[in-house]
Design a binder for this molecule. Structure first.
Ligand SMILES: [Zn+2]
Length: 320
């Protein structure tokens, strides 16, 4: 039967290709590190190679594959399937990835950014099963997001909807990767939490001793993981950094609840793995921001797909 799906997750550090059945169950999967120096051209070559290999490994041919779904780690114009750029790999500027894949594989292809793919993945296979109105926030190196209303992704007029990471939460705040100031990402992404911690430790060396110690004595080695681990041990400065993170996340999420009235807010990415030290105060702080009715209707939960989020998101994209 022609109902197999090829899924591709194209990230800044790794590329994954999987073959899934019509139910979205992955049967064969390959993962390789992204070689940044070989750019988009080299990356596409590796994707095609892996695609042929997973299909052959399953004892199939491309004629038995129905569709290709690609989640890309960077902005995509979904209407044309064009990658606009990658923040991590040079050479991806305005690459018509959908057209290239359709030509090389002869299969209908859908390309979207990895946050939208992650939203669909969590909705179909993860924490969002059974929910139709949800918001997904991926907090990793940066902050990405996706919005689902009545079971459909909200893409917006130029397909950039869901950029939760670039909602302004602090006027004249830190400079963001987008060039503006005070975006949620500039304060609460994994990278930004690490940066704030290093700045705080440099400004208050005494208060920052536990953080530096936990990072092996190197201020430069302090990351967001260090902050949450040291806060869990009762350190005051680390806890202040966590409190600040919770405060700004709550501002963004509280406003989202008022605006969209979702059933679920799913938090994914590395930060979601810290557990109660984030989620318990976050739910409390959101309550201070959001209106009572949307607050009571919404559950703020960690994502469930973890390491597989990207590739399962690409599967969900092909199934959409
Ligand atoms: Zn920004």
């Amino acid at each position: 039967m022609v109902n197999w799906i090829l899924a591709m997750d194209v990230g800044g550090t790794k590329q994954t290709v999987a073959l899934a059945d019509g139910e979205g169950q992955i049967q064969v999967q390959q993962r390789r590190p992204t070689e940044r120096e070989s750019g988009a051209e080299g990356g596409i070559e590796v994707l095609l190679e892996m695609a042929h290999e997973v299909v052959a490994e399953a004892g199939l041919t491309l004629t038995e594959v129905a569709r290709v779904g690609i989640g890309f780690g960077g902005p995509v114009d979904v209407r044309t399937g064009t990658v606009l750029l990658s923040h991590h790999v040079p050479g991806w500027e305005n690459v018509p990835l959908r057209a290239i894949m359709e030509e090389k594989l002869g299969l209908p292809t859908v390309v979207d950014n990895d946050a939208n793919a992650g939203t669909l993945g969590e909705a179909r296979f993860g924490a969002g099963r059974g929910a139709e109105d949800l918001v997904y926030i991926n907090i990793g190196t940066g902050i990405g997001g996706g919005i689902m209303v009545k079971g459909q992704l909200v893409r917006g007029v130029t397909t950039t909807a869901g950029e939760i990471g670039h909602t302004t939460v602090k006027e004249d705040g830190p400079l963001c990767t987008c060039g503006k100031r005070g975006c949620l990402e500039s304060i609460c992404s994994g990278d930004s939490i690490g940066r704030r911690a290093r700045e705080a430790v440099t400004a208050q060396p005494n208060a920052g001793r536990a953080l530096v110690e936990a990072a092996g004595g190197q201020v430069g080695a302090i990351t967001s993981e260090t902050v949450f681990a040291v806060a869990a041990q009762g350190d005051a400065l680390a806890q202040a950094l966590v409190d600040e993170t919770v405060h700004y996340l709550a501002l963004a999420i509280g406003n989202l609840l008022n605006l969209l009235n979702p059933e679920l807010v799913i938090i994914g990415g590395g930060l979601s793995e810290v557990g109660d030290i984030l989620f318990v105060p976050l739910r409390q702080a959101v309550r201070e921001i959001a209106l009572e009715v949307p607050y009571r209707a919404a559950h703020i939960v960690p994502a469930e797909l973890g390491y597989e989020a990207g590739i399962l998101g690409a599967v969900a994209l092909a199934l959409e």
